[in-house]
Design a protein around this ligand. Structure first.
Ligand code: ADP
Ligand code: MG
Length: 464
């Protein structure tokens, strides 16, 4: 990767984090003047002193993080200089590079869907127009979440308030929140504000320290729709919880829509005030679990289409079969494959796809955990039969191992509650939910249980 490509890849990362306007304003006419791989030293060239000061005050950490992510190299010394390098940034072009790809994609043949869309955002509302309902692929694992999200755009503040979406990393929560923001803007021109919980927290702390608490309150309490991402990070932050509680009430009372995402259900968020947990449960709670094989293939097809590339079904199947855990990794694997072939100007075959997987980090997950392996491992650990675990007996020496099995199916491989119920001999999904919450809570205070879980985990991951 040469310097220009590297800078483009970094811009791709940064674009995901900044508002469109900020990004365009500040990154126009920037370039990477020096990149010393050995020393991990970079010099970024910007057009004037004003931009230099702004970059130093605001963007250095983000640039460092992006650089680390793209080059997998730390620590990094980054400095800003005035002047133009030989390659100015193409901030108007589609510089987006998937976060997981190590090699920047050159422009794929054909016009990408993202690139064809004009940018229409002029406020820092945090909305990225490339996440829409149209490009969200639906399968069993996410259909309820998508339907609920759509219902919210139809009647904001009325249908379900709040809408609480939870699920593991990379399964499309942020995508759905953003899609809601985009759809609402399209249909009603109403103002949706997207914010991560971390951003809310740091904004709040900054506002307090600068004596601007009222400005902060007003800015959050006057939106039509608040989309708040990764709310689990509110855990343990008492001051921010208090503030969010009041924001929530102000919005809810005036029938403004609130949409919340989290990596776990409200009750399972540790150190969260009870009054917040209760409120999160007022509206509708939906979960997203890992997509099945069919959906993974469909997602890959959709991504190919939007990139203007064609891959054989055989290759798509191979990728989908080997990247099971989440959609972000799935996209990363696809990007990697495409990147390698674009660099080498070759056409992907099943063989070359396999070679890339074996050579890269994305190894075929032959040993990916299955529900059955969890059942087997837990039964061996507690020295009981699998049929006893899946059976009906409610003897104490079976109930706990059974609950641990359900907990691990959820925690380790993100099975949906209904499918966990199925695996455990056709139990109801509420039983699986109950087991998960119970173990989740109890292990905090029960060392023995915590230890059991750790030992089982070790066996699970060391046995293959
Ligand atoms: P989360 O917020 O749950 O961690 P994201 O919403 O960031 O996950 O999704 C990760 C990536 O996968 C994003 O690029 C997103 O567009 C993509 N993605 C996730 N689910 C789908 C889906 N059902 N259809 C298309 N793309 C998806
Ligand atoms: Mg997210």
């Amino acid at each position: 990767m040469n310097r220009e490509e590297l800078w483009q890849a970094i811009l791709g990362e940064l674009e995901l984090e900044l508002s469109r306007t900020n990004f365009k304003t500040w990154f126009k006419n920037t370039s990477m003047k020096v990149w010393d791989e050995g020393a991990g030293r970079a010099v970024i060239a910007v057009p004037n002193t004003f931009t230099k000061a702004w970059f130093e005050g605001k963007y250095l950490p983000a640039i460092k993080t992006a650089l680390t992510r793209v080059t997998e190299r730390t620590p990094i010394d980054v400095s800003i200089e005035i002047g133009r390098g030989e390659s100015a940034a193409r901030v108007d072009g589609p510089v987006r590079v998937a976060t997981t790809s190590r090699v920047p994609l050159s422009e794929p043949p054909g016009v990408s869907v993202d690139a064809a869309k004009p940018s229409r955002r002029d406020s820092a509302d945090g909305i990225n127009y490339s996440y829409t309902f149209e490009n969200f692929v639906v399968g069993k694992a996410n259909e309820l979440a998508k339907a609920a999200a759509l219902a919210v755009t139809d009647k904001p503040g009325v249908a379900y308030n709040p809408l609480f979406i939870y699920g593991g990393s990379g399964l499309g929560k942020t995508h759905l929140l953003q899609a809601i923001g985009n759809k609402i803007y399209e249909t009603t021109k109403r103002r949706a504000l997207y914010v991560t919980c971390d951003r809310f927290t740091s904004d709040f702390i900054k506002a307090i320290s600068q004596g601007r608490a009222q400005v902060f309150k007003d800015s959050y309490r006057t939106v039509d729709v608040l989309l708040i991402d990764d709310i689990q990070f509110l855990s343990g932050k008492e001051g921010t919880q208090e503030e969010f509680f009041h924001t929530f009430n102000a919005l809810h009372q005036t029938q403004k829509q609130i949409v919340i995402s989290s990596d776990r259900p409200p009750k399972a968020i540790p150190a969260l005030e009870n009054r917040l947990t209760t409120r999160f449960e007022w509206g509708m709670i939906v979960d997203i679990s890992a997509p099945d094989l069919e959906t993974r293939v469909a997602i890959l097809k959709a991504k190919c289409l939007s990139k203007g590339i064609t891959l054989s079904d055989e290759i798509l199947h191979y990728i989908a079969a080997n990247v099971q855990s989440n959609v972000r990794e799935l996209e990363g694997a696809l990007n990697r494959l495409v990147a390698v072939h674009q660099l080498n100007q070759t056409v992907p075959t099943l063989e070359s796809a396999k070679a890339i997987f074996v050579a890269g980090n994305v190894r075929p997950r032959k040993g990916a955990l299955t529900p059955r392996q969890i059942l087997d491992t837990v039964s061996q650990y507690f020295d009981v039969e699998v049929v006893q675990l899946t059976g009906a007996s409610r003897k104490k020496e079976l109930v706990v191992p059974r609950q641990i099995t359900m907990f691990l199916m959820r925690e380790e491989i993100r099975c949906s509650y209904p499918s966990i119920g199925q695996e455990l001999g056709g139990r109801d999904h509420t039983t699986a939910m109950h087991a998960y919450t119970k173990i989740f809570e109890e292990r905090k205070s029960n060392n023995r249980l915590e230890q059991d879980i750790e030992l089982i985990r070790e066996r699970l991951y060391n046995s293959h």
